[in-house]
Design a protein around this ligand. Structure first.
Ligand code: ISL
Ligand code: CA
Length: 547
């Protein structure tokens, strides 16, 4: 049994404020909306909110291009409202985890505005430059760059600056100790306000190899599964920076949780970040689960061959097993960077949503629920590029050779699928706003909404609430060992959790066809997404059994 911590036992609810609830009629969700709906969040039984960025931003990447780290964007509200949120959450016994971007800033951040004026400006060294006299910069790709390049020329300094994401998101120079101290001050400033943790955006990218090794197709293929994000996640000083950040900041707030978004880190490296004796981070969330079904080159195209349930089981079992002795992990099936859970991994049916939640809430990891998934909200299925707001989709469309194929895949995987407004009820705009929403409301809101689901005891929403209670009442579901049964079965995912003398078996029919599993008849039922239980499991049937 691992050392207990609140963040190992917590169920975390992700709020994407822009799309949650609009209270001042401008079509954009805001903090007042979150405050207004706190009772709803509490009614789920979750322990903490993870809030996407609410800082002033230049607005190119929905808040991930920050212009001021220690303020709230007026679009979302005021710092007073954020303090109120912290206070009220704490009074309700819940916590707040904030998202912070410390790999890059906005190009409109004061630091960059100064930096780009002259090589002599003290802020020049806050960013990463390639002086023109050194010739053409080495090949690096920018995720959201129109030409997929990560260097942008700046005339005043006669040098290129590095941006792993869009040109509006210049990367910070972590090799500069003065810059690092400024970041630590920002973290302390927020922790002093009483937040309970931080989710660090793109954290594995902060250290850059200034020897500038070549990034060729061959190297990417041979060493990094073809994904340039993996190349970026291997900087030489990454662990030094994380240890310093822990020492300077997090060690002084021992109850606060440090979570890294960790593209490019696999089970072979994860313990180097989160094992207790490393004193770096608490949780690191991987992309192995989310990468299933993608071609590995990082251009957001699906593998026409699809994916197998065996592969899925292998990935999630490996990520469970790696923490058997040391460390701990989070688990998620969707977030603001992924499609809707039920559209990506199920078939949009409420049964498949319930099965996915049964999985999410019975695994040995801290579950993250993305807002709206608890209703079974589905993809928006845009058909035209003009409908997308997301910088990533627009940029990748621009460079895609097969535009039709790209658009077809984005209906399944694009980030905007999960960013549509929360569906509160059947009134216009799903009661998200009385104005024109910043992104279209899904047409299915008239039947798929919170109000309708509150009234239906069999709704996804009420099923999720029951599961959350079950996890809370049975510590075996949090801390119990995990053992995979039937690893080779192509559709059934069966595993056991054991803690002391408690044993729970989870039987998941991960398919739209019936599957036979007579053992499901043994033991007392703790949870079932159908009314009956038979040896022949129904499509997407999920049964949790005591014993
Ligand atoms: O590196 C990747 C794949 O190998 C990417 O998935 C990358 O890690 C991811 O896009 C980073 O996401 C975060 O930072 C982005 C922002 O757009 C996302 O919303 C955020 O979650 C830039 O700040
Ligand atoms: Ca608003």
């Amino acid at each position: 049994m691992p050392m207990p911590s609140w963040w190992k036992e917590a169920i975390i609810y992700q709020v994407y404020p822009r799309s949650f609830k609009d209270c001042n009629e401008d079509g954009i969700g805001d903090l007042r909306g979150v405050l207004e709906q706190l009772e709803y969040i509490r009614s789920l039984g979750v322990d903490a909110i993870y809030l996407n960025p609410i800082y002033p931003s230049s607005g190119h990447d929905n808040g991930y291009d920050i212009t001021d780290f220690c303020a709230v964007d007026p679009v979302f509200g005021t710092i007073g409202q954020l303090e109120e949120l912290i206070r009220r959450l704490h009074a309700m016994g819940m916590r707040l985890i904030q998202d912070l971007v410390i790999n890059h800033t906005s190009d409109e951040h004061e630091w960059f505005k100064q930096a780009q004026t002259s090589r002599d400006n003290p802020y020049y060294n806050y960013y990463i430059w390639w002086p023109a006299e050194n010739g053409k910069p080495v090949n690096r790709r920018g995720f959201f760059d129109p030409a997929c390049e990560a260097w942008r020329y700046n005339t005043a300094t006669d040098s290129w600056y590095l941006h792993y994401f869009s040109p509006h998101q210049p990367d910070l120079n972590w090799d500069n100790p003065v810059m690092r101290q400024d970041i630590y001050r920002i973290l302390r400033w927020w922790l002093e306000k009483g937040i309970d943790g931080l989710r660090f955006d793109a954290l594995t990218f902060i250290s850059k190899d200034k020897h500038w090794p070549e990034m060729t197709e061959e190297i990417l293929k041979d060493k990094y599964q073809g994904d340039w994000g993996h190349f970026y996640a291997n900087g030489p000083c990454l662990h030094d920076f994380l240890r310093e950040m822990h020492e300077e900041v997090m060690a002084h707030y021992p109850d606060a949780v440090a979570i890294a978004e960790a593209s490019g880190v696999g089970t072979d490296r994860v313990l180097d970040f989160v094992a207790d004796d490393r004193k770096e981070l608490n949780l690191l969330y991987h992309f192995d689960g989310m990468s299933i079904g993608f071609l590995p080159d990082g251009f957001k195209r699906l593998d026409p061959a699809g994916y197998s349930r065996r592969e899925w089981k292998e990935v999630y079992s490996r990520w469970s097993d790696v923490f058997r002795q040391r460390g701990w992990g989070p688990i998620y099936l969707g977030n603001h960077d992924q499609a809707r859970m039920v559209s990506r991994w199920g078939d949009d049916s409420p049964e498949s949503a319930k099965l996915l939640f049964t999985f999410l809430l019975t695994m040995r990891a801290t579950p993250f629920i993305f807002q709206g998934d608890e209703l079974g909200m589905t993809n928006i299925y845009f058909t035209r590029i003009e409908e997308y707001k997301d910088i990533e989709t627009r940029q990748m469309y621009g460079i895609a050779e097969d535009k039709e194929g790209f658009l077809a895949d984005q209906r399944i995987v694009a980030r905007d699928n999960s960013r549509t407004p929360f569906q509160w009820d059947a009134s216009p705009q799903a009661c998200f706003t009385t104005a024109k929403p910043w992104i279209r409301v899904n047409k299915n809101y008239k039947t798929l909404n919170r109000e309708a689901e509150e009234k239906d005891p069999n709704s996804v929403l009420n099923y999720v609430r029951r599961l959350i209670r079950l996890r809370k009442e049975n510590p075996v579901l949090t801390y119990g060992d995990y053992r995979l049964l039937l690893p080779e079965h192509p559709a059934l995912y069966v595993y056991q959790r054991r803690l002391g003398k408690d044993l729970v078996t989870v039987v998941l029919n991960f398919s739209a066809e019936e599957q036979v599993y007579p053992e499901v008849l043994q033991g007392r039922i703790l949870c079932n997404n159908y009314e009956n239980r038979e040896a022949r499991l129904k499509p997407w049937q999920a049964v949790v059994i005591d014993g």
